[in-house]
Design a protein around this ligand. Structure first.
Ligand SMILES: [Fe+2]
Ligand SMILES: [Fe+2]
Ligand SMILES: [Fe+2]
Length: 326
């Protein structure tokens, strides 16, 4: 992570926010990957603020969602300031052991807290940005304490050697599992693409709210599909990851860096074929999966994507009816 300490000009402020954004994209993804790689309801910790027994996996997903909101917040402010929000990400890592992932999660929290809290703003330069950065930094302080408590609990249980779910080598031959991985990649891309357009159109609530809803749907599908992969004996993949001899996976590009569409019409035009392609993949996967709970879940995702396609087609037609709309 790059560092910027002194914030005097608008360019400095945008730079700080973009460095933070690349971190926030990475951890929003990394934490949920870590969560989806561990069992549900197995590791419980005493939450230091909520003062209740909490499932480490569920809370890690919640923290990932907080990071997504940080990303959105940063992207919107960068755009309002006339900057271009970055969709690059810091490195995403998955260790074979659950405890090593938690250790890394705490480390990244402390690192970003330091970035936010060590930024020195010239007095009166960007008071609201300074305030926002401080506010976000205390979410990170809270997250760091949560990861520390989770690590303590895992150690206390003597589960330091507990491993993440693994993908078995024979799954490479299984058409249904491979197709589900492809769907996951597309769901992840669409989730972020919709967020890009939410940020791009954030000056007006109509389009940004509609697109945000679709983004959240794709996030939910991604979440449910991760659970389906576990049931199928596999685990969520990290895109473009390389695995070393110790089984540590690292990726510098867990999601695309660039997305098409720079204005209302071009953004809306590009979403339709992507939604269609996702629908086609769900339709194919449903024929490969036996009747039952998994198939029903996939049918729900398919149905919602068909609804997205309906909405997107009308958003585009309606935008084309109005001359000069940006
Ligand atoms: Fe964050
Ligand atoms: Fe955080
Ligand atoms: Fe969709």
């Amino acid at each position: 992570m790059e560092k910027i300490k002194t914030i005097e000009t608008k360019e400095d402020a945008i730079k700080l926010l973009n460095i933070a954004l690349e971190h926030e994209w990475a951890v929003s993804f990394e934490y949920v990957i870590h969560a989806y790689s561990m069992p549900k309801g197995k590791f419980w910790y005493e939450d230091p603020v909520m003062k209740n027994r909490t499932d480490a996996r569920a809370q890690t997903i919640q923290i990932g969602i907080d990071e997504m909101y940080h990303s959105l917040q940063l992207g919107i402010i960068i755009t309002q300031m006339g900057g271009i929000p970055s969709f690059k990400t810091d490195e995403v890592v998955r260790f074979p052991k659950i405890i090593d992932n938690l250790k890394r999660d705490k480390m990244t929290e402390d690192m970003v807290t330091n970035l936010y809290q060590s930024a020195e703003f010239s007095e009166g330069a960007f008071p609201k940005i300074q305030n926002m950065v401080l506010n976000i930094s205390y979410d990170e302080v809270r997250h760091s304490d949560q990861f520390a408590a989770m690590m303590e609990a895992v150690k206390k249980e003597g589960a330091e050697e507990a491993l993440c779910f693994q993908s078995s080598p024979e799954n490479a031959e299984k058409e249904d599992i491979q197709l589900l991985h492809e769907i996951m990649r597309l769901e992840n891309e669409l989730l972020h693409r919709y967020l890009k357009y939410v940020i791009l159109f954030s000056e007006h609530q109509d389009l940004s709210q509609r697109l945000f809803k679709n983004s959240i749907d794709h996030m939910r599908h991604w979440d449910k599909n991760s659970g389906i992969l576990i049931k199928m004996g596999d685990v969520v993949q990290i895109e473009n990851a390389e695995k070393d001899a110790k089984g540590v996976e690292k990726s510098r590009q867990p999601m695309p860096h660039l997305y098409p569409g720079a204005d209302r019409l071009s953004a809306l035009e590009t979403l339709i074929p992507t939604e269609e392609s996702l629908i086609a993949k769900y339709e194919e996967l449903i024929t490969l999966v036996p009747e039952g709970e998994i198939q029903e879940q996939l049918k729900l995702h398919l149905a919602l994507n068909r609804e997205h396609l309906f909405t997107q087609e009308w958003l585009l037609k309606n935008a084309r009816k109005i001359k000069g709309i940006e």
